[in-house]
Design a protein around this ligand. Structure first.
Ligand code: ZN
Ligand code: ZN
Length: 387
């Protein structure tokens, strides 16, 4: 009950929370045009508030149907119509609260923890759904959505710290839309309440721990699937040079699922692409002229004075990574690549292998992020009084 009161207080008095909030507002079903769904408490009790105050209390024996009708939110139970409103808040009042959402035209049920806010868009004919949630509950949901349930527990701790750091650094990303972060990979994937107890424990055991740089600022804690044997420097991918995102030789990921890839492209299309990007026609007339070897991570695919950034080629051809060799084969070129993802920061498959072989999450973290520090949020607030 105490927890419910605290959440209630936070909901109404600090909707737009300060940077190091304990509660975050996550835009769920982001970009989905939702106009009707069923709300069903899974655990605990919920109070339903509207712009007029408290409307009713419900528990897991209740189902409410929520519909968008004439720019209003209508609430209906099996036998009663509660009316139409401009905004609705489902506030959990028990120690632990979670609820189910089932969209009317879908069989899929998703479960979320803590509270749900429903707002109306000013210009669109659908709801905005916001999960108002304790940050560690959210972090556990993100970890499971991002990496699944199979990695070892030590890895979950590492990923929880990275996801917490990432979330707090980007907490204002969707401020103009009225929430903190969305539930898509644009921010961090967040699909639902996690099923794994190990992940929940990892989020709680690393509670309040974040990663900072030498100026005690939260780091840009980037990660991706597999570096292919060498991580990329931040400026190779995003122009911004960050001292802790350096090239690291990584042998841990070399035999993992995403270590290598191949792609076959018509030679004619490949040559047309190179010519369109400034390669002189004459430079491509020999049989082996499309051959290219990238021994270690290189920044540019180059010929004479023409350079195409590998990151651009990756985007243009939807390649798994920007590290690849090219070999001609008849009327095709074969791209043989290493790794999966942008390559900057933590290599997930390498880090998982390290965790399986007994490295601690602290050792793994310092392997991929150079000269960073782990710090408690309270200490961070002390150093950064302006937060
Ligand atoms: Zn986002
Ligand atoms: Zn790697």
């Amino acid at each position: 009950m105490l927890r419910g009161i605290v959440i209630f207080f936070v909901v109404f008095y600090s909707l737009f929370t300060v940077a190091f909030a304990e509660i975050v507002n996550i835009g769920i079903y982001h970009k989905s045009k939702i106009t009707s769904f069923i709300f069903h408490p899974e655990e605990g009790k919920y109070s339903v508030f509207t712009e007029h105050g408290k409307l009713l209390e419900i528990d897991k024996t209740d189902l409410l149907e929520i519909r968008y009708i004439n720019n209003q939110i209508t609430i209906k139970s099996f036998d009663k119509n509660y009316g139409s409103f401009k905004k609705v808040r489902f506030i959990g009042t028990s120690w632990s609260n979670s609820f189910k959402i089932k969209l009317t035209n879908s069989k899929r049920i998703k479960i979320y923890e803590d509270n749900l806010f429903i707002n109306l868009h000013n210009y669109y004919n659908y709801f905005q759904l916001i999960n108002n949630i304790e940050i560690d509950n959210y972090i556990a949901g993100v970890v499971e959505s991002e990496v699944g349930r199979s990695p070892p527990p030590e890895y979950f701790k590492l990923q929880a710290i990275i996801c917490r750091t990432y979330a707090l650094k980007n907490i204002k990303r969707h401020q103009a839309e009225g929430f903190s972060l969305c539930d898509k990979v644009h921010c961090q994937a967040y699909n639902r309440k996690p099923k794994s107890e190990l992940i929940k424990t990892a989020a709680l055991e690393t509670k309040d721990v974040v990663i900072v740089d030498s100026d005690i600022d939260l780091i840009t804690a980037t990660f991706y699937s597999n570096c292919g044997g060498e991580t990329a420097r931040s400026e190779e991918v995003w122009k911004q040079k960050l001292y802790y995102l350096r090239a690291v030789k990584d042998t841990f990921c070399l035999h993992e699922n995403n270590a290598v890839w191949t792609k076959k492209i018509s030679k004619e299309k490949w040559m047309r692409y190179l010519i369109n990007h400034g390669f002189p026609k004459g430079s491509l007339k020999h049989e082996c002229s499309t051959e290219y070897f990238q021994n270690c991570r290189e920044q540019f695919y180059e010929n004479q004075n023409v350079q195409i950034p590998f990151t651009k080629i990756r985007t243009d051809w939807h390649l798994k990574s920007a590290q690849f060799n090219v070999t001609p084969e008849g009327s095709f070129v074969i791209l043989k690549g290493k790794g999966f993802g942008h390559g900057v920061g933590l290599c997930q498959e390498g880090a998982m292998r390290m965790a399986k072989t007994g490295y601690s999450y602290i050792q793994i973290l310092h392997f991929y992020y150079k000269d960073v520090h782990m710090i408690n949020l309270e200490s961070l607030a002390f150093f950064k009084a302006d937060y």
